[in-house]
Design a protein around this ligand. Structure first.
Ligand code: AMP
Length: 484
């Protein structure tokens, strides 16, 4: 029987200030099979992180946690789920970069402190976590992992407030940056979102046997679809929601601030079948493609998406331009970890493992290749070469967002500017690097319109370098990226 208690994992020492990001969170309160529901929720959120996953459940007295490296379906066998009893549960899926795949950082984190037993799962990146941790360590706190999420538990534990809600409120007000948080206590669930609302957090209701209902929370609404829950609205930026024995309370814990929803959730990260920040993602992506076709037309024979990230935008591009849409790159959906040596030669081979061209759709054709972004340019180059080697006469790369010129410090994995091709190169230089006949990007105005951002509610820092919060320790944040 697997051990459903916090694992010790690999004791390798990791520098704290590495950034972690790209996660999915889920919470359910008041369901007799809470951990099974959390499992299904995480299953639908798997795309938000495939390195590790975890569930913590409460039976009203004890918190049971199981975390592991790998995917949700592999980790949570019926046996493991059987060891996670109770009618409340939270869950987490996490992505991390190579070298940082330690079990110690898998979430939820759980502790037993003067506020009782609590567990937390976090999506986002707390930009002042390093300072907070230094301060806490100076005052005697001992940290187990290198994750910024652990800081939150220490702040809660040290608070002089008598109630958990009071301690959490005090802790949240000390945090800067991006956080969509789900907490589990012995008898309640607490969820909160940062005042800018960087990362999504949806709120829903689920009906189950005998006409009972319960509350559910998830990074994306696709998790609700799988469990037949109804999406009600979002946890508001700066809001804390508590569901416990007294029912549900919603309170604003922070003063109102301008919103900074991550536009990249709509461009790439979220699933197209989700509603994120109150907008259907598929609709945003098709709009991006339509605008791209208007802004960057080219005479060609076929529009081909880079699957899956470019598919919805390519549908929009084809519809707007009248050029036929063809799925001429086929993705192998079963590519997981390969157990072959990650030497450069094999890594170059990597794209072929994932994508294969349909030669008869490409041979002799002028191809518009649509993708959502170019980061380093290396994958794009391999795909352009693949399409050309399959017989395409011309390859025109169209990107459904502006050039990525700045790293994200709010929860999306982007490399340092030195590795971001658009931070240091013109579009013409990028074209030469990826070996395309032409390259064009959607404008910032086009992106804004595609997501209907008439009230300036989105963050575009990765395209502009204008960060919506003060980044006091930007050099430290930057060097944390450099070390990865
Ligand atoms: P490259 O040509 O190496 O810059 O890779 C571009 C590809 O990376 C595109 O297909 C994107 O969909 C994908 N991509 C962009 N941002 C991310 C991200 N944060 N995580 C994983 N893949 C990404």
């Amino acid at each position: 029987m697997p051990n459903p208690t916090p694992e010790t994992g690999d004791a390798e020492e990791i520098p704290f200030d590495k950034l972690r990001e790209e996660c999915g969170v889920f919470a359910v309160c008041g369901h007799p099979e809470a951990s099974n529901i959390a499992y299904l929720g995480l299953y639908a959120l798997q795309h938000r992180g495939q390195e590790s996953a975890g569930i913590a459940s409460s039976d009203g007295r004890l918190i049971h946690t199981y975390r592991g490296m790998g995917r949700v379906a592999e980790l949570f066998t019926p046996e493991v789920l059987g060891g996670l009893p109770g009618n409340m549960a939270i869950g987490h899926t996490r992505y991390s970069t190579a070298g940082d795949t330690v079990l110690l950082n898998a979430q939820p984190f759980s502790v037993h402190c003067n506020k009782g037993r609590i567990a937390v799962a976090h999506n986002g990146n707390i930009t002042n976590a390093a300072e907070l941790r230094r301060e806490l360590e100076r005052e005697g706190s001992i940290f187990q992992a290198s994750s910024d999420s652990e800081v939150i538990l220490h702040l809660v534990a040290r608070s002089r407030e008598r109630t958990l809600a009071g301690a959490l409120r005090e802790a949240l007000l000390q945090l800067e940056g991006a956080f969509s948080l789900v907490f589990l206590a012995e008898d309640r669930i607490l969820v909160a979102r940062d005042p800018n609302g960087f990362r999504p957090l949806a709120f829903g209701q689920m009906e189950f046997s005998g006409g009972h209902t319960c509350h559910v929370f998830a990074s994306e609404t696709c998790a609700f679809d799988l469990i037949n829950a109804v999406y009600l609205n979002d946890v508001e930026p700066g809001e804390m929601v508590i569901v416990g024995p007294e029912g549900m309370t919603r309170e604003r814990y922070a003063p109102l601030r301008d919103h900074s929803h991550c536009v990249f959730e709509h461009v790439y990260f979220s699933r197209p079948d989700s509603i994120v920040f109150g907008r259907p993602v598929q609709e945003s992506r098709e709009n991006l493609g339509r605008r791209l076709a208007r802004e960057c037309p080219v005479d060609a024979d076929v529009v081909v998406p880079v699957p899956d990230s470019g598919t919805a935008a390519a549908i929009g591009y084809a519809a707007e331009s009248g050029i036929p849409f063809r799925q001429a790159l086929i993705r192998n959906h079963y590519v997981g970890r390969t157990f072959i040596e990650p030497s450069q030669a094999i890594r170059d081979f990597g794209v072929k493992l994932k994508l294969n061209p349909v030669r008869h759709l490409l041979e002799g054709r002028r191809v518009i290749l649509v993708d959502d972004s170019i980061v380093r340019g290396t994958t794009s180059r391999k795909i352009v070469r693949m399409v050309r080697n399959a017989g395409a006469r011309e390859v025109h790369l169209r990107i459904s967002c502006p050039p990525t010129i700045s790293p994200c410090f709010y929860g999306v994995d982007t490399p340092v500017p030195a590795e971001l091709i658009a931070a240091n190169h013109s579009v013409e230089e990028i074209r030469r690097f990826v070996e395309a006949d032409s390259v064009a990007y959607l404008s910032l105005g086009g992106l804004r319109e595609a997501v209907s951002d008439f009230n300036h509610d989105f963050c575009y820092a990765c395209y502009t370098g204008n960060y919506p919060t003060e980044l006091v320790n930007i050099d430290e944040l930057m060097s944390a990226r450099d070390r990865r």
